[in-house]
Write a protein that binds this ligand. Structure first.
Ligand code: PLP
Length: 397
């Protein structure tokens, strides 16, 4: 009999859900066969095509040579790394953190996925409250942990923000984690001070850990997004996650941090991190220090994304799509014209015009009979201004 590896029931739940880009990749193959790979303008995956700033790369190279013997890195992050994060949080948000309140992570994805494994008790039917659409590791981590995802549908009629009032009291009682990202990926909507206060109050009232994924909070086009630690009474219930992937175009470095004023919360996550992985490589921590200390590249990056968005929006509107400039992130959450599904429009754009996007329904869950992405396409504005202008021209041809 053939050997068959068995995973847990929780694993099956993750495997049942196809990777959203697989469906698009099949169509992409058709488009590549028709036009050639070089013709495709890819607004699919949210991975910046921009160079990591030179100063950061240089720091990384120097750090490799400075450490002739490699040695295991400090798993919670070097003192210098954690102090650089504290200085940045103070300068950016006027939030005081001590280095004991910060640990280095392999970027935000690692942290988002593992936090449910640390805090959810599957035997008690514990729940994670997850914005829908939202970053997939929130729900994948919850399912692997044996927790129950309860989705907060993000819809235009709610101003693209979750409604905490609509959470049934039984669900609120079993909830242990609330994930938030502001500005929100993929809608680009920002949580204002009042909405964040509502989230904090909800979490304090219901004994829920607020996981504030702030990895897009340097990508904004108007008001500066608030960190959750700028909100009254957030200190005990919150864990902040941040990362240099988007802020400093360092996706390949995979480095970020988790911070909390609540020692018990941070200690629990830190213990699991120390027991499961070695630390972020030292030369990457050193490069990260250079990144946290510099703001000029962030300003440049914001101006660049803003120009790209401005270049594409008019063409999308002329096509009959409903879309506004987002408050932040590099995503456009585009409502497709009536009579078309996002899959149809995505396929048409890819095969006819060589423009790759992600159908919103593939990155949203159907919950309470609604798939909040069923009328939307996501554009990740990660292509150069030249390619973005080219895409705008193709859309109108
Ligand atoms: C909301 C959100 N959080 C986290 C991440 C990933 O962060 P990192 O690259 O630091 O793992 C992404 C990546 O797209 C994201 O959209």
């Amino acid at each position: 009999m053939a050997f068959k590896a068995r995973g847990s029931e929780n694993l099956e739940k993750i495997l049942e859900r196809p990777y959203p880009f697989d469906a698009v990749d099949a169509v992409k193959e058709k488009a590549v066969a028709k036009h050639g790979a070089g013709f495709i303008i890819d607004f699919g995956i949210g991975d910046p095509s921009d160079e990591t700033p030179e100063e950061i790369r240089e720091q990384c190279k120097k750090a490799v040579d400075a450490r002739k013997t490699s040695g295991y890195p400090e798993s919670i992050g070097s003192t210098e790394f954690r102090e650089a994060v504290c200085s940045w949080m103070k300068k950016r948000s006027n939030v005081f953190l001590s280095k004991e309140e910060v640990i280095a992570t392999y970027g935000a994805k690692y942290a988002c996925f593992h936090i449910p494994l640390v805090f959810l008790n599957p035997n008690r039917g514990e729940v994670a409250l997850i914005p829908n659409p939202g970053y997939p590791p929130y729900s994948d981590g919850t399912m692997l942990a044996g927790g129950k995802p309860y989705y907060l549908n993000i819809l235009p009629e709610n101003g693209f923000l979750p409604s905490f009032d609509s959470i049934p009291s039984e669900t609120a009682k079993n909830a242990r984690i609330l994930f938030l990202s502001s500005p929100h990926s993929p809608t680009g909507q920002m949580y204002g001070k009042e909405k964040l206060q509502e989230a904090v109050d909800f979490c304090n009232d219901n004994n829920v850990i607020l996981v504030s994924d702030e990895c897009y909070n340097e990508l904004f086009f108007g008001e500066r997004p608030l960190s959750i630690l700028e909100i009254a009474n957030a200190e005990q219930c919150s864990i902040v996650l941040n990362s240099l992937s988007k802020r400093s175009m360092m996706t390949g470095y995979a480095v970020g941090f988790a911070a909390s004023k609540n020692k018990d919360l941070l200690h629990a996550f830190e213990a699991v991190t120390r027991k499961s992985v070695q630390g972020v490589p030292s030369f990457i921590q050193d490069a990260a220090v250079a990144a946290w200390r510099d703001e000029a590249h962030c300003e440049k990056m914001r101006a660049e994304y803003s120009a790209r968005i401005d270049a594409l929006l008019p063409a999308l509107k002329q096509l009959g799509c409903k879309v506004e400039k987002p408050a932040g992130t590099f995503y456009l959450w585009v409502e497709v014209p009536d009579g078309k599904t996002p899959m149809q429009l995505s396929e048409q754009l890819l095969v006819e015009k060589g423009i790759n996007t992600v159908p919103g329904n593939l990155i949203s869950h159907t919950f309470n009979g609604i798939n909040p992405g069923e009328h939307f396409l996501r554009f990740a504005m990660v292509q150069s201004i030249e390619k973005t202008k080219e895409a705008a021209e193709r859309l109108l041809k």
